[in-house]
Write a protein that binds this ligand. Structure first.
Ligand code: DX5
Ligand code: ZN
Length: 231
């Protein structure tokens, strides 16, 4: 199993105090900071035409750039946007560390995306929504320019605080059997009550928003998550 990475999702932090929230998570032992970038649709038409990827609007590259001035931490950027290629350059300049795009909107240009992401010094990852079969990411893991992480969504992308979908663990298990050394990230509804099943399935990168930020002792939750993945 590759090294565990515990990545608090800053979506559940106090955005008005992002720098201190980030520093607090690192001081509690977090490995990465998970940054959720969303492009926000409101109307059904925008959704149908795929102008936007998720029904929520969060942060963009300017916020990553500001945060970068306050931390050296690995910024694990999860781009829930329809046109990820448009954002590679600005996120690279802003100081993003990982750039994870969605397979559902990158079938035609993932090779170009991976190339660009690497050329800007970031680590490429691919994410998939609950309804997307795992087979769709296989091509991105082969060839000379593969992605370096797969993010398996365990809730519908868009919001923190949703219920973990245990059925997604089949994807994680299948992926782990096929790629023993791959970074496999799970995102959505992870916390003390769901970590065991995710760790047993083979996930090593754990995103946790509400369970960490909502805890009286976030450091204890981070330690518990790490211990479960280590076992
Ligand atoms: C949802 C985001 C997640 C979210 C996780 O679209 O990708 O990163 O912040 O939050 P929790 O851990 O509260 O489900
Ligand atoms: Zn995320």
């Amino acid at each position: 199993m590759p090294t565990p990475k515990i990545a608090p999702s800053m979506l559940s932090s106090d955005f008005a105090n992002l720098a201190s929230e980030a520093q607090r998570m690192i001081s509690f032992g977090a490995d990465w900071l998970h940054m959720d970038i969303m492009d926000g649709y409101v109307s059904d038409m925008a959704k149908a035409l795929l102008f936007h990827f998720v029904p929520n609007l969060t942060i963009g590259a300017p916020v990553i750039e500001s945060l970068r001035k306050h931390t050296k931490a690995y910024l694990d950027c999860h781009l829930m946007v329809t046109n990820p290629l448009d954002y590679v350059e600005v996120f690279g300049k802003a100081g993003a560390s990982g750039f994870t795009f969605h397979v559902e909107v990158s079938k035609d240009n993932w090779q170009e995306l991976v190339k660009q992401i690497k050329s800007k010094g970031m680590r490429p990852g691919v994410a998939l929504k609950p309804g997307t079969p795992i087979e769709e990411v296989y091509p991105l893991l082969e060839g000379e320019n593969p992605v370096e992480m797969v993010l398996v969504m365990t809730v519908e992308p868009g919001f923190g605080g949703q219920k973990f979908m245990p059925d997604m663990m089949n994807k994680v298990r299948t992926l782990r059997e096929k790629y023993p050394k791959l970074d496999i990230e799970v995102d959505g509804g992870l916390g003390p009550s769901t970590i065991e099943i995710a760790a047993a399935a083979g996930a090593n990168c754990i995103v946790a928003g509400s369970s960490v930020f909502g805890a009286a002792e976030p450091g204890e939750v981070i330690s518990l998550l790490r211990k479960s993945v280590n076992e």
